[in-house]
Ligand binder design. Structure first.
Ligand SMILES: O=C(O)COP(=O)(O)O
Ligand SMILES: [Mg+2]
Length: 225
C-alpha cells in the first residue's frame, strides 16, 4: 500500500491571512461608506469563501446582504485581495513540516475556499507552490466546501488510495466527514467551536509534531509494513 496523500486547507491552517483579509475588507467597506470592523470580527467570517465573507461584512454593517451591493462588493474585494500578501504569515513550523512530509513520499495538495488567484499568489509568495501537486480554490469547481467534491477532486488527482485532510475549522471537519476521510485539526486557526466538540481524528497545535503524527497514523504504519 502506498503512503497516503495529505491535503491541507489554507486560511487558518497553513497561513494566518486574516490581517490581509481584514485590511481588504475595511478598504472595501470604506469605499462603500461603511465603518471599519475589528480583526476578530472579520477573522470569524473567514472559511466559507468570499461571497460568505461579504455577506457577513454587510450584515455586520447593518446593510442588506442580499441586494446588488453584495455582487459589487464581492467584485471589489476580489480585485483588492488578488495579491494581498503583505500582512500574511506562515504559521510556525509549516515549511519544515511540508518539506519533511514531501521528502517522506506523501503527495501534497491544497483544498481551500479562498479563490484560486490569491491562493496561488500567496503560495508563490512563500515559495511553497512547487510542494503541492494539486491546488483547488473556492472558485475552481461549481461547489465549495463543505461540499465534499473539492476534497474528493484533490484526492483523485493525487492518486493515492488513502488521504488525510488537515484543516482548522468547522467547515473542514464537515467537509472531511462528507468525503469520508480522516480529519486532522490544527487548533491554532480560526475555529469557533471548542476542540472537543469538533469531530477530528487527531488534533495538533504545533507543526513540528505533524510529520510524527502522520507517520504513526494507522494507515501510514500499515503502508510501511
Ligand atoms: O474563506 C476563505 O476564503 C478561505 O478559507 P479556507 O482557506 O479556510 O478554506
Ligand atoms: Mg481554514
Amino acid at each position: 500500500m502506498s503512503l497516503p496523500s495529505i491535503v491541507f486547507d489554507l486560511d487558518g491552517t497553513l497561513i494566518d491571512s486574516a490581517p490581509d483579509i481584514h485590511a481588504a475588507s475595511n478598504a472595501v467597506l470604506a469605499e462603500h461608506g461603511f465603518a471599519p470592523l475589528t480583526l476578530p470580527q472579520v477573522r470569524s467570517f473567514v472559511g466559507k469563501g468570499v461571497p460568505h465573507l461579504v455577506h457577513r461584512l454587510l450584515e455586520a454593517s447593518e446593510a442588506d446582504p442580499h441586494g446588488p451591493l453584495h455582487t459589487r462588493m464581492v467584485a471589489d474585494f476580489t480585485a483588492r485581495y488578488e495579491e494581498a500578501v503583505t500582512l500574511t504569515a506562515l504559521y510556525p513550523g509549516v515549511r519544515g513540516a511540508l518539506e519533511a512530509l514531501a521528502l517522506a513520499g506523501h503527495p501534497l495538495g491544497i483544498c481551500t475556499n479562498k479563490p484560486i488567484a490569491p491562493t496561488m499568489a500567496v503560495l508563490r509568495h512563500f515559495a511553497l507552490d512547487t510542494l503541492f501537486d494539486v491546488v483547488i480554490g473556492g472558485d475552481s469547481l461549481p461547489v465549495r466546501k463543505p461540499d465534499p467534491q473539492p476534497l474528493l477532486k484533490a484526492h483523485q488527482v493525487l492518486g493515492r488510495v488513502r488521504m488525510l485532510y488537515v484543516g482548522d475549522s468547522e467547515v473542514d471537519a464537515e467537509t472531511a466527514a462528507a468525503a469520508g476521510q480522516p480529519f486532522l485539526l490544527y487548533t491554532e486557526g480560526y475555529r469557533k467551536t471548542p476542540v472537543v466538540e469538533l469531530p477530528h481524528a487527531i488534533a495538533f497545535s504545533d507543526y513540528a509534531m505533524l510529520p510524527g503524527i502522520v507517520s504513526h497514523f494507522p494507515w501510514v504504519t500499515a503502508a510501511a509494513d
